[in-house]
Design a protein around this ligand. Structure first.
Ligand SMILES: Cc1cc2nc3c(=O)[nH]c(=O)nc-3n(C[C@H](O)[C@H](O)[C@H](O)COP(=O)(O)OP(=O)(O)OC[C@H]3O[C@@H](n4cnc5c(N)ncnc54)[C@H](O)[C@@H]3O)c2cc1C
Length: 429
């Protein structure tokens, strides 16, 4: 049995838990900060299963601030501190029909006004740069059935790309440990301890008339009492929050990644005009929310699909990828746009879960006496991790504003519930 009372306890050593733990310890060097995770290492929940994509190409100011400051901090970790998490700035390319581009006009004007590097590419440019891309389709039965969108243009964001999310989590872990933070692996929080604010020592406490707080967690290896408990348990946060009546504001949904290694895809690694690596950017098709990117370390393509409808919400401990989902669904659309995928089967595949905030798609950082909850990152926790960690640390200090990396100010309550202030996003994948 362990007994590790501490000032701040972080439950979950994923990217959001470790970014929070790092910023909490950095701001509070004299406080005991302890992080626990139920598995044997960092990031082994959903962080390491991620596509690792990052972008600053957002219409919403909140999305932009969270991602842009995190991207800059990742550059700092990489360039200045020497961590290697394969930050490949290959860009994001949204392929659009004329109609889809029209719908994004206001969003793109806003992005340009901000000064973000964005380029609109015409069809003839795209055809020249990516000869594998089909832009127009014959008016036949199959095209009609698939209701394919033509590719009339592309929107290219340069300050976007991919990272090795597993290695990024480990960089945060190393920095946190260097500051003197503690971590215990293979320790599962079984429940949050709901306690009276003023304990009377009468059995049955807390009574309805007593003020209550979270005083720590019961774990598989004993109780841990904490001045503040940060719940950063990803999709599993609901198992801790729901029993004490706290809403996690997210629902888990399965997402899959299929990877491909095949000589017929080699030309996607020889595409000029987008990035210094000479490869196709992370590319989003105009139909069926299919996206793929090159993984430069192994010469493979990683593909995902944002299947919002027709897939139920529900927590799964070990979600499995479905090859049939690729062959019977994604494949038919994909080969129409990129015939180089014809006959190519996945070399590998896996599944994880998004923590989906289906109301506004933005992360939530909220509190309760003795507790802070960070989650509901809705598929963008990697690219927003540093900003979210800083906001958690500012909330702990009771500050109204926080300085994100790159001297950008953010109002802490904007991601809370009572005074939530986020706008909807136009550039959704
Ligand atoms: C297929 C897929 C692709 C994605 N692609 C991208 C992308 O391209 N870009 C992007 O930004 N984001 C992406 N995401 C989303 C991103 O991975 C998440 O937003 C992010 O990993 C969430 O981090 P987290 O720390 O909240 O959760 P997790 O990484 O899941 O961490 C939660 C941790 O808590 C631990 N835990 C759970 N319960 C307990 C308990 N009771 N006691 C102790 N420990 C516990 C778990 O073991 C886990 O380590 C993707 C996600 C998936 C599934």
């Amino acid at each position: 049995m362990i007994r590790m009372d501490c000032d701040i306890l972080v439950v979950g050593a994923g990217i959001l838990g470790l970014s929070s733990a790092y910023h909490l310890k950095k701001l509070n060097p004299d406080k005991e900060v302890l992080t626990i995770d139920r598995v044997g290492g960092p990031g082994q929940g959903n962080s390491a299963k991620s596509e690792g994509g990052y972008r600053n190409l957002f219409s919403s100011d909140v999305n932009y601030l969270l991602a842009e400051s995190t991207i800059e901090f990742m550059h700092y970790l990489d360039d200045e501190l020497g961590y290697d998490f394969r930050m490949d700035q290959i860009g994001y390319l949204f392929l659009y029909s004329e109609e889809q581009l029209d719908a994004q006009k206001a969003a793109l004007e806003k992005i340009e006004r901000r000064g973000s590097e964005v380029r609109i590419l015409e069809k003839r440019d795209l055809k020249e740069m990516i000869p594998e891309l089909a832009t127009d389709f014959k008016d036949d039965d199959e095209t009609g059935l698939l209701s394919l969108e033509p590719v009339d243009c592309g929107v290219f964001g340069a300050n976007c790309g991919s990272v090795d999310a597993d290695a990024l989590v480990r960089a945060y872990e190393a920095e946190y440990l260097r500051l003197g933070g503690d971590i215990l692996y293979n320790v599962e929080a079984e429940s949050l301890m709901l306690e009276p604010e003023m304990e009377l020592g009468i059995s049955g406490e807390p009574f309805v008339w007593q003020g209550v707080k979270i005083g720590g967690v019961r774990t598989s290896r004993g109780d841990i009492k904490a001045g503040k408990t940060v719940v950063a348990a990803g999709v599993w946060s609901e198992r801790l929050l729901k029993p004490v009546g706290i809403d996690p504001y997210m629902r888990p949904k399965k997402r899959q990644i299929f990877t491909f290694r095949n000589t017929s895809l080699s030309r996607l690694f020889n595409v000029n005009g987008f990035n210094s690596q000479g490869v196709i950017p992370l590319t989003i098709l105009p139909k069926a929310s299919i996206l793929f990117r090159p993984e430069l370390s192994e010469g493979s393509i990683w593909l995902a699909c944002a299947d919002d409808y027709g897939r139920s919400f529900g927590l799964e401990d070990d979600p499995q990828a479905e090859e049939g989902y690729y062959t019977d669904n994604i494949y038919h659309v994909l080969v129409k746009y990129f015939s180089c995928f014809e006959g190519v089967r996945p070399a590998n595949m896996w599944a994880g879960q998004y923590a989906v905030n289906s109301f506004d798609g933005q992360p939530v950082i909220t509190g309760f006496e003795g507790m802070i909850y960070v989650g509901a990152a809705s598929g963008s926790g990697i690219m927003k991790c540093d900003a979210l960690g800083r906001i958690v640390a500012a909330k702990y200090e009771g500050r109204d504003e926080v300085e994100l990396f790159g001297e950008r100010t953010f109002t802490v309550s904007d991601l809370g519930i009572e005074k939530r202030k986020v706008e909807s996003e136009s550039l959704i994948i």
